[in-house]
Design a protein around this ligand. Sequence first.
Ligand code: ARG
Length: 459
Amino acid sequence: MPDKLWAGRAAKDVDEVAAKLNASIGFDSRMYFEDIEGSMAHAAMLGAKGIISKADADAILEGLGKILDDIDAGALKIDETCEDIHTFIEAELTARIGEAGKRLHTARSRNDQVATDLRLYLRTKTEDVVELIKAVASVLCDRAVECKDMVMPGYTHLQRAQPVTFGHHLMAYASMLSRDVGRLEDAKGRMNESPLGACALAGTSYPTDRRMTAASLGFDGPMLNSMDAVSDRDFCVELLAALSLLMAHLSRMAEELILWSSWEFKFIELDDSFTTGSSIMPQKKNPDMAELIRGKTGRVYGDLVAMLTVLKGLPLAYNKDMQEDKEAVFDAFDTVEACLTVLAPMLKTMEPLPANMRRAASAGFINATDLADWLTGRGMPFRTAYKLVGGLVAECLASGETLESLPIEKYKSIDPIFDESLYEAIDMDNIVARRASLGAANPDSVPAQAEQVKKILGI
Ligand code: ARG
């Protein structure tokens, strides 16, 4: 085990159990690339500003480059007995290049270092998740266009309400995902400022150039205030909030996939490769993946609450509590990535069952609103028409009829306003075809919606 970075003052080594609690290498080693990238930017700046010699800066850069190559190639194993990834890289560098390695930490603290690493790491992660969301949105758009004419019941209160199309229903989720991308990109924009050079909390008296390191790491610029730079974890909260809302959307979609694939609905059949069987009931086909997407939403919400709770009431500047940031964000990103990765092919392979959708839409008086609208088209006030149709529905229910099957004589006996053209008006396909208002369930609007979402997302 290499020496602690802070060895010097203490008379004794840290107790073994305390060291275990203190360590973060078990989860922060995944930031090795960003730690090296950040250190390279810092070393290059130290050399350029004459804070360390050119020769030392070059030796550091070369040494760090080799460490990165060796880790990538699997030739260098990360030593899990080190406190954290920063300790490991610096110790390894010093072991390899000697004295020059000990100069790397000039005008820097682990406090600005870890904040920098985490921003860099999460920047890439956010880009990855955005791509995965786009992949799901793209599948949704394509499937929606393919299913634009499939009439199904639209629900409110999970009661059949008005006919929509399966394509229109899928596009609702594509719209949600386009907002999720927007939220993540907003958060990424605010996150993209450099804490590097804030040092422990107060900055430094060395003639550093924070703009230079910020630019070389692709940040928009350095953070304004050194104390904020090392204390801020707003970006973690913002990303976790965006991921939580994304999971809320995915879990609503998952819930519908579960409902739709049940025998009670049977609007879709999930592909066998995205379902499981039961160990006891031979007939079972279970939508486990959709259930897990729904279930894992709770974890991501938990990560958000954990992060907010860590920050609550923390005095400035760095406190070790903040080490808890990483497990929360990493878990949320891992969870979201796993869910999105499964969702795209699951949606791609799902088989819609339009005959069942249509059958479900044919019962349940889903065309009652349109009959009322037909009456208002003949001059009857909507509220009067609503009451009249309500009475008709009650009669149908009592006599086992539907609005389509009720004979015209019956209609006429109730009100002479009725004529044969009412049947056209309450025909399911005609109903959706007439839904021509902006954003409505008209089949023709689906390709336009899909095109719009694809344009927003650049896919
Ligand atoms: N492992 C620490 C973290 O993740 C790095 C920063 C340590 N800084 C300190 N002053 N102890 O937060």
